[in-house]
Design a protein around this ligand. Structure first.
Ligand code: FAD
Ligand code: NAI
Length: 468
């Protein structure tokens, strides 16, 4: 007899596994379906976690090479052991993915291994790799099947020489010259890893700026910092083809708006031009679940699709493709299905680029406020004026806070600097409570910390920063 569940979640990335755990905590009988051998989705297996492991190692390597002498630490020139570095990354991934297995057991969640297909509302079939098919009967279904890398037409990925982020996390040697196509989050993070390990990195970006969506001033200053680190940027440029040669790859590039073509010889090319929602094999056509023009599952404000009993969350629906956005939606839909008022505040979802320095933002960018005609005020505080930053040789960057001119309510915060990804949360909490710049400025901050720069920027929106 088929099993019967209150909820079946298809996909165990940060959206799916968090949804399953919260639903079980709220008393539901929950099943999950996963086609990969390990749980955790893109984020834990081939995304956030392994990339941060490599970013950490390469950052320490860079520190040892460049900052140690100035700090008075004398060591022989450090060498990178790529195999050991990759083993560290694999251990971190294994520890995280097995953690999800533990959470499923702890919360009595039944796991089905295989590709989940929605046969009808209330019915999911699971086809295991060996072809065995099982059937799940369920009151509700949550689609959490995530996303996959977008392809560049005419360029064939082999995950060795022409790679997506997945191959870029696995290279078996440091490329002499790495071509990064797309100056987005993946391109700059993984470009940083290989640049720190010794690769020359050329970034080709279609637009005339890096990190589209981030505050324009932040992006401009950050680009300068990366250029100082050796990144070469070709903005307003597109790659039209890549040929394989005996030596490596020859990439054809030309101005985005058309013009004279040129070619660059590289060893490895990373295609990082965005990700697309993944719904293959789900059988959505058959059950009539609506997709939008970009292939995303269409949902209402409560994550419900156009078919009763079928919901969707995470990268497969609209919104930023971020693990914490997927997680928050997972909690919200579990609460909604339990009869509670699940909700995500899309106005306060932080974004972090884990480069060196880090770039973090929450709320509106200055460009958005201008476009919306909001009467705002802005203040900036540089880390060059922060004592702790000086002590750590981490003076690159600044904090910028944007607040409503009339009410002083904080509308956005943008930080470039070491630890920006941690500091941004004080602005996020403040904004969740509708706080003002004055609230932040009057909050005592421990000295000496990098976070004092956040307070100083807030002071700058009132009677003035103290230290500049
Ligand atoms: P996913 O994590 O993509 O999980 C989907 C799961 O569904 C997968 O396990 C897949 O196997 C499974 N699946 C799909 N179809 C089926 C089916 N029919 N049956 C069964 N199982 C199925 N975000 C951040 O917030 N911070 C970061 O630092 C960060 N770094 C990243 C670095 C890289 C290199 C990449 C590629 C992404 C990164 N992201 C980061 C983005 C983040 O990984 C995604 O936003 C997040 O994983 C989306 O979660 P999800 O649950 O929607 O889907
Ligand atoms: P992205 O959307 O961040 O950046 C893609 C870049 O490629 C853009 O700048 C775009 O203009 C450019 N581009 C598009 N087509 C191009 C072309 N033909 N030629 C040259 N440039 C082109 O996408 P990315 O970096 O692939 O990351 C995918 C998703 O994964 C992002 O949405 C991001 O949110 C998520 N992610 C998040 C991370 C984090 O939070 N730290 C880390 C890595 C990924």
């Amino acid at each position: 007899m088929a099993d019967t569940f209150d909820l079946t979640v298809i996909g165990t990335g940060p959206g799916g596994y968090v949804c399953a755990v919260r639903a079980a905590q709220l008393g539901m009988k929950v099943a999950v379906v996963e086609k990969w051998p390990t749980f955790g989705g893109t984020c834990l297996n081939i995304g956030c976690i392994p990339s941060k492991a490599l970013l950490h190692v390469s950052e320490l390597f860079e520190e040892a090479r460049h900052s140690f002498p100035q700090l008075g630490i004398e060591v022989d020139a450090p060498r990178i052991n790529l195999e050991a570095m990759m083993a560290h990354k694999d251990d971190v991934v294994a520890s995280n993915t097995s953690g999800i297995e533990y959470l499923f057991k702890k919360n009595k969640i039944t796991a089905f291994y295989g590709t989940g297909t929605i046969a009808a509302a209330g019915k999911v079939t699971v086809t295991a790799e060996d072809g065995t098919v099982s059937e799940i009967t369920t009151k509700n279904i949550v689609i959490a099947t995530g996303s996959v890398p977008a392809n560049l037409p005419g360029i064939e990925i082999d995950e060795e020489k022409i790679v997506t982020s997945t191959g870029a996390l696995e290279l078996d040697k440091v490329p002499g010259h790495l071509l990064v196509i797309g100056a987005g989050v993946i391109g700059l993070e993984l470009g940083s890893v290989w640049a720190r390990l010794g690769a020359k990195v050329t970034v080709v970006e279609f637009l005339d700026r890096i990190l589209p969506g981030m505050d324009g001033e932040v992006a401009k200053q950050f680009q300068r910092m990366l250029s100082k680190q050796g990144f070469e940027f070709k903005l307003g440029t597109k790659v039209t083809g890549i040929e394989k040669s005996d030596q490596g790859l020859i990439a054809q590039i030309e101005p985005a708006q058309g013009g004279e073509a040129a070619s660059i010889e590289v060893d490895v090319a990373l295609v990082a031009i965005g990700r697309v929602p993944y719904t293959e094999g789900l059988g959505l056509d058959g059950v009539g679940v609506e997709l939008d023009k970009r292939g995303r599952v269409v949902t209402d404000g409560h994550y419900k699709t156009n078919v009763d009993g079928i919901y969707a969350i995470g990268d497969v629906i609209a919104g930023p493709m971020l693990a914490h956005k997927a997680e928050d939606e997972g909690i919200a839909i579990a609460e909604i299905l339990a009869g509670q008022a699940g909700h995500v505040n899309y106005g306060v979802i932080p974004g972090v680029v884990y480069t060196s320095p880090e770039v973090a933002s929450v709320g509106k960018s200055e460009d958005e406020l201008k476009a919306e005609g909001v009467d705002y005020k802005a203040a900036k505080f540089p880390f060059t004026a922060n004592g702790r930053a000086k002590a750590m040789l981490a003076t690159d960057g600044f904090v910028k806070i944007l607040a409503d001119k009339a009410t002083d309510r904080v509308l956005g915060c943008h930080i470039v600097g070491r630890g920006a990804g941690e500091m941004i949360h004080e602005a996020a909490v403040l904004m969740e409570f509708g706080g003002s710049a004055e609230d932040l400025a009057r909050t005592c901050h421990a000295h000496p910390t990098m976070s004092e720069a956040v307070r100083e920027a807030a002071l700058g929106l009132g009677d003035g920063s103290i230290h500049i």
